[in-house]
Design a protein around this ligand. Sequence first.
Ligand SMILES: [Zn+2]
Length: 424
Amino acid sequence: MADILLRNVRVGDARQDILIARGRIRKMGAAGACAAWELSGDIEMMDCSGKAAIPGFINMHTHSPMALMRGIGEDMHFHEWLAKIWKVEEHLDHDFVYWATKVACLEMIRTGTTTFNDQYWFFDSSVQAAREMGLRIATGYDVMDKGSRGEAERQKEQCIAKTEAFLHAGDPGHILELAFHAVYSVSEEMICWTAGLARKYDIPLHIHLSETRKEVEDCQAAHGGLTPVEYLDRLGVLSPRVFAAHTLWVSPHDIELLAEHGVHCIHNINSNTKLASGYRFLYNEMRDAGINLCLGTDGCASSNNLDMLEAMKNAAIFQKAWRDDPSALPLQELMDMATVNGARALRIDAGRIEEGAVADLSLVDTDNTFFLSPGPFLANLVYSAHSDCIDSVICDGRFLMKHREVAGEREILAEARKVLAKIA
Ligand SMILES: [Zn+2]
């Protein structure tokens, strides 16, 4: 793998030279400094005048194979929508998941995402697809027994076999985790069993939590008034290992529990608003309680794309609007949600452009109308530009996209059209 030298690239307010080697940012200096660096071996040089470098986005909650399930449940309430999704998912197989994940990866690369936290069936096929595309993926076996004893036993056996196989494989580009879908779709026994396994292997546990008002009310009715957060606390599930998607309908006591146990919470504004699950994500309250807050797109069956810039803009705009406060969710905190906070949850040294960090970054084309104004760069990026300003993407020190070209794009689209017949 060739080293990469980015010359004269904007980082924050300065223009810099950046040397990338063996997957990390090895050297940075003021533009022109590289003339004095001792460089040897194979070096790929890029003149980055007119470009800015930003950390690769970390999409902390998605279901990548849903990239081929867009539009199958439009204008529906959450539970009606979910029932329809489950019906379609009965027809899926490895081949579908593999090509659908490739489509998702293509879209994530084109919109500047370098790492994604996924939850889906046939996850081994998603791992294969993501690794072939060069993206870093966090995923693992997803438990959902819907209260069926037979299904629970079958899933236990499969889950252990697959988890142990991946533990032994030890690919650093695949962050192995476990998942259970939600408190309403998984039996108490399987919730405890999955959490126990995540504890035993010391790997993350990726769940949906307090996504809709109905989920909270049903949980309270079934479990003596306990909210989903309180219920999981009673079962001993909450810990810094837990990645909780949504946490939209949480009480002050829920926030205390999430903070106390170090749970990482993931906001998915596009999915929540489109399914009318809600929009009053308690960003300030959870941040002030010390919770690590991340951003996700959720799957394309709800959101309907994987564009983190769009998610950032909407997350900020909704906070400002419902709080009647234009200073809510300021730009740097928004950027941190989409980058370094996800890295913290996943325990990877990414999400920042500094010497020594993992070389996951995007080069933004600033030679266009959106970046002409002298306003803050992040404001131009988030509120003015669209993700087609992402010119090139580097993950783990390798170019995944160069000047908007991604290798294999045509084949992926052609194969994806074929597997779509399986859910037609
Ligand atoms: Zn989800």
